[in-house]
Design a binder for this molecule. Sequence first.
Ligand SMILES: Nc1ncnc2c1ncn2[C@@H]1O[C@H](COP(=O)(O)OP(=O)(O)OP(=O)(O)O)[C@@H](O)[C@H]1O
Ligand SMILES: [Mg+2]
Length: 226
Amino acid sequence: MGIVLKEIIKKYPVGNGGKEQVVLNGLSLSVQDGEIVAIKGKSGAGKSTLLHIMGLLDVMDSGSYLLDDIDVSCLGNKEMAKMRNKKIGFVLQDYGLVEDETVLYNVELPLMFSSAKLRKIQSAARKTLRKIGVENLCDKKVSVLSGGEKQRVAIARALVSEPNYIMADEPTGALDEATGQEIMEILKELNREGKTIIIVTHNMEIAAQTERIIHIRDGKIEEDMP
Ligand SMILES: Nc1ncnc2c1ncn2[C@@H]1O[C@H](COP(=O)(O)OP(=O)(O)OP(=O)(O)O)[C@@H](O)[C@H]1O
Ligand SMILES: [Mg+2]
C-alpha cells in the first residue's frame, strides 16, 4: 500500500517552437500509508505538478507510479478517474470551489457521480461538514465565505468520498497565521485518524509539524528529512 514513484519525468511545452521545459527530472519518492508529509521548494519547482501526478489529476511523461500496489501508468482515463474518486481527496491551491453555489452543493458534488441516492449524498455531505466544524454554513454561497471557511469547505469536499489520501496544495497559503494553524490542526487530526496526508507548503512552521519534509529542487528531491 502507499505511493511509490520511480524516476518520474514530466515536461511541458514552452511556446510553439517545440521546446520543452523539464519540470520533474527523474524524481523518485515513496510515501507509506498513514504518513503525514510536507513538500516544499521554490515557486516553480514543480510541487503542484508532482501533487497533481500523485493525485491522478495529471499524467507523467515517463517513470512508474504504484498507488496501493496498482500500476497507474496502465490505467485508461476512465479507470484513472475511478481510482481518483475512490482513493484521493484533493485540496487545490485556489480552493477550486464552485463560487456561485452553496456550501452543501459543493460538498455533495464529488458524490453526484456515484450511484448513491440523493438523500444519502446529502446526509454524507452534512456529516462531513459537521466533522470539519462548518455545518452552519451549509446554505451559504461559497462566494460570501472567508478564506478560512472556504478552505474548510474544500477539505470537506475532499473528504466526503472517504478517500485514504488527502493531498493539499498550499492549504494555508492564503490564510492568516491563526486560521492557517486551524486548518493544519484539521489535517493533523485526519492523519491521526489514519489518513495519509501530503501537504505542499512554503511555510516552514507548517512543514515542521509533519513527520517528514521533502524538498524539491531542479526536478528532483534534494532533501528528505524525518
Ligand atoms: N500546464 C502547464 N503548461 C505549461 N507549463 C506548466 C504547466 N503547469 C506548470 N507549468 C510550469 O511548470 C513549472 C512548475 O510549476 P508548478 O505549478 O508545479 O510549480 P510550484 O512548485 O507548484 O510553484 P508555486 O509554489 O508557485 O505554486 C513552472 O515553471 C510552470 O510554469
Ligand atoms: Mg504550486
